[in-house]
Design a binder for this molecule. Structure first.
Ligand code: FEO
Length: 395
């Protein structure tokens, strides 16, 4: 349903209640998502971002409710990933003479996706385009989260359209932050940050400072997924500053996989050690856990304790994806430890420790191994490991 956000500014996006996996099969979206596109009718008609390709017809219908799509003069493509640019070909078929405004890097990525001879205008930070009463002002935001990412700000209405930044994969009946369940909203905003933006936390902090230093009045932050922040819109900016600082809580996450429960028993004993020292923890059996939900817990915790039995002289293949995430997401300020049962060669613990080191998650105690099924003294050593990690957390 098309919604007028402010006079002459319309949400013309699409709510996708059904999507449960994003980026192919890489990211879970238990609460669906939305693809927000914004139509501005000033002396010029401007569309900021489009929608994912399968929803392009709905986008065109939405635009048509407000204005003939052929009247679009400018399409801003803040970012080329196809959940936002997928509707561009349909829009450009309706308005073939429209100018496609992109960042410098966006020209390359949008052209690379669509191979079309559209009229591109590449802009950089501080560039303005007058559209009548108001201006569009652009702020390049490389690595938030692609090199081509860009924010668009509309003067006069004081709306910041930062594309993926400040978004959430969250389908809702209502458009604005003050109309939805706050716990769900922040759970999804954190999941989005943790899984997509964590590696760029340093850049997030710098970009926020840069935007704040421009002293732009911000009455609304309208990202390209999820709700629009209209009530106290800077609340999500403050949250991003907090998340980007990567100052974890005094808590732990135990990640493990297990074949015949030996490593599971070890995980539970480690948990007892943590709890005995008053450190809260969560344990996840990775073969049956949603990786993206686990990452959302990992981002909050100070310590990561990773376990696997030895399998083919390595770790269980089901533990490998989360190890890859730990590498790619570049968490900071975390400590770790490793554990696992084995029958013959027993390399898994060493492999995990080496991996944690490569991820700059320094193991704080020597890893614990148990041969065959753990005996009571093995479990006592696991409990001790939990206690040592707890002491390091509380140090
Ligand atoms: Fe980077 Fe929502 O796409």
């Amino acid at each position: 349903m098309v919604t007028e956000l402010m006079k002459g500014v319309y949400w013309v996006g699409v709510v996708d209640w059904a999507i449960r996996k994003f980026h192919g099969q890489e990211l879970s979206t238990h609460r669906g998502s939305s693809y927000n596109a914004y139509l501005i009718t000033d002396e010029k008609t401007v569309l900021v971002d489009t929608v994912w390709g399968p929803f392009q017809d709905q986008l065109i219908e939405n635009i048509r409710e407000v204005v003939d799509p052929a009247k679009i003069d400018i399409v801003v493509a803040n970012h080329a990933e196809v959940d936002h640019s997928g509707g561009l070909p349909a829009v450009m078929r309706q308005a073939p003479n429209a100018t496609v405004v992109v960042s410098q890097r966006g020209k390359e990525s949008v052209e690379g996706h669509f191979h079309q001879p559209w009229d591109f205008k590449a802009v950089k930070t501080g560039d303005k385009i007058n559209i009548g009463k108001n201006d569009l002002v652009f702020v390049e935001a490389p690595m938030l989260h692609w090199p081509d990412s860009m924010f668009t700000y509309l003067t006069g209405k004081n709306i910041l359209m930062p594309n993926d930044a400040f978004g959430q994969h969250y389908a809702t009946a209502f458009l604005f932050n003050d109309q939805v369940n706050q716990e769900e909203l922040y759970a999804e905003a954190l999941k989005y940050y943790a899984n997509i933006l964590t590696p760029f936390s340093g850049l997030v902090l710098k970009k926020i400072e840069e935007v704040l230093s421009l002293n732009l009045a911000v009455d609304m932050i309208a990202p390209s997924h999820g709700i629009i922040w209209r009530k106290d819109p800077l609340q999500i900016v403050k949250k991003y500053q907090q998340w980007a600082a990567q100052e974890p809580e005094n808590s732990a996450v135990i990640l493990y996989d297990t074949m015949w429960d030996g490593t599971r028993l070890m995980a539970e004993a480690i948990g007892q050690g943590l709890a005995a020292k008053g450190v809260p923890y969560k344990a996840f059996h990775m073969a049956v856990s949603d990786r993206n939900d686990v990452i959302t817990e990992v981002v909050k915790a100070k310590a990561l304790i990773v376990g696997s039995p030895t399998f083919n002289q390595g770790v269980l293949p089901t533990i490998t994806p989360i190890l890859e995430d730990l590498k790619g997401l570049k968490f900071q300020n975390k400590i770790g430890a490793a554990f696992g049962s084995y029958g013959w060669s027993g390399e898994a613990v060493k492999i995990i420790e080496e991996h944690l080191n490569r991820c700059k998650i320094q193991p704080v105690a020597e890893g614990t191994r148990a041969k065959w099924q753990p005996k009571s003294d093995d479990l006592a050593r696991c409990k001790e490991l939990g206690q040592k990690v707890a002491q390091a957390i509380n140090a």
